[in-house]
Design a protein around this ligand. Structure first.
Ligand code: NAD
Ligand code: IPM
Ligand code: MN
Length: 353
């Protein structure tokens, strides 16, 4: 098995720069323990760079990192640069150029965390949001017409392809097959959205037939969001379009206590490009610079990266250290109801490895 990995590290903006060092410390710790070797190639690609040089990354940025074994990203976007400029200048090109069409966002209720929902505790919430990551509602197709006139209009085209819907749904069913409950929920909105969502439903129905051992249901996104709050225990794997998956993957961790713990993997399943691992959260400008961000989303993302790279024991060890820390320690950042710092929590997790 390969034990030497070149990791492209992009801390990015805001709290991304604060949580990344904690993930790197953890990786350095498992490196010794499991006889691995990481070479970190750290890039300063960010809004700060945009303000200094006029671009989030160099013109040949993606070519430079495409030989990496994986990318570990913090967060991207900060006030001062319009969000669509920063995100379409860095994160979204990474997802698209590297064929990372599968976005995996696990949601779990940990022991030691308090859910904002009444009567929900450890074990009640354990699902996986499988988000389509390359098409759907996120597209460059569209524009403004008759700008600065009374007829001004904005057009934004959604794109749902046979290939794009098929590959994400197949992935969701294959992942469900390996889980205890073997259940897939489709997030739709085929009552109000006339073309793309009935197409999504038809594709779901067609692909579900290939997996008789997996049970299914589907909900329109409005009531599905409500069910996340009222019946989070109903869900196992949820397959969703780019936008619906984005929304559900903030709501999911929020009902487990905090979005600060949520990890994600932007996966290129064919492995002809690096995959990119990043917390679900953003740069949190409201708390950035204070050293109080929760580093767990970043650390768990690093564990997902190791799993993808085949370092299964090291990955499981990191997740266990997170579990043990939340279960046994009072060291919690403010989003989890405590008053510890990012670094203090990072140290306790490292000590629990
Ligand atoms: P956000 O996730 O940055 O913050 C939302 C709220 O959650 C804030 O109150 C924040 O303090 C809190 N929060 C988030 N992560 C936390 C953590 N680790 N610990 C404690 N509290 C945490 O979302 P936003 O405010 O909508 O976006 C801010 C910027 O980040 C924008 O520029 C946005 O475009 C960008 N963004 C980037 C990514 C990404 O890089 N993948 C994801 C989401 C948002
Ligand atoms: C996420 C983020 C991004 C997305 C934004 C910042 C473009 O919200 O990774 O969840 O919508 O994909
Ligand atoms: Mn999001």
């Amino acid at each position: 098995m390969n034990r030497n990995f070149n990791i492209c590290v992009i801390p990015g903006d805001g709290i991304g720069k604060e949580v990344m060092p904690e993930a790197i410390n953890i990786l350095r710790a498992v490196e010794k323990k499991y006889n691995l070797k990481f070479s970190f190639d750290t890039k300063d690609w960010s809004c700060k760079r945009f303000n200094e040089k006029g671009a989030m990354m160099p013109d040949d940025g993606l070519e430079k990192i495409q030989g990496s074994d994986a990318i570990l990203l913090g967060a991207c976007g900060f006030p001062g640069v319009p969000d669509h400029v920063s995100l379409w200048g860095l994160l979204i090109p990474i997802r698209r150029k590297f064929g990372q069409y599968l976005n995996l966002r696990p949601v779990r209720m940990f022991e030691g965390l308090k859910s904002p929902l009444k009567n929900r505790e450890y074990g009640d919430i354990d699902f996986l949001v499988v988000r389509e990551n390359n098409e759907g509602e996120y597209s460059e197709i569209g524009g403004l017409l008759y700008k600065d006139t009374p007829e001004e209009m904005a057009v934004q085209q959604s794109v749902f392809t046979r290939k794009g819907t098929g590959r994400v749904m197949h992935a969701a069913f294959n992942l469900a097959k390996g889980r205890k409950r073997k259940h897939v929920t489709s997030a739709t909105k085929s009552n109000g959205i006339l073309h793309s969502m009935p197409y999504w439903d038809a594709r779901f129905k067609e692909i579900a037939m290939e997996y008789p051992e997996v049970s299914t249901d589907q909900f329109h996104i409005d009531i599905l969001s409500a069910h996340f709050v009222l019946h989070p225990d109903w869900f196992d794997v949820i397959v969703a379009s780019n936008l619906f998956g984005d929304i559900l993957s903030d709501l999911g961790p929020a009902i487990t206590g905090t979005i600060g713990i949520a990890p994600s993997g932007n996966i290129n399943p064919e492995r002809n490009y690096p995959s990119c691992f990043e917390p679900v959260h953003g740069s949190a400008p409201d708390i950035a610079g204070r050293g109080i961000a929760n580093p767990i989303g970043q650390i768990w993302s690093a564990a997902m990266m190791l799993e993808h790279l085949g370092c299964l024991e090291a990955a499981a060890d990191i997740v266990s250290a997170i579990e043990e820390t939340l279960r046994t320690s009072d060291c919690k950042t403010p989003d989890m109801g405590g008053n510890s710092t990012t670094q203090e929590l990072g140290k306790v997790i490292a000590a629990n490895l």
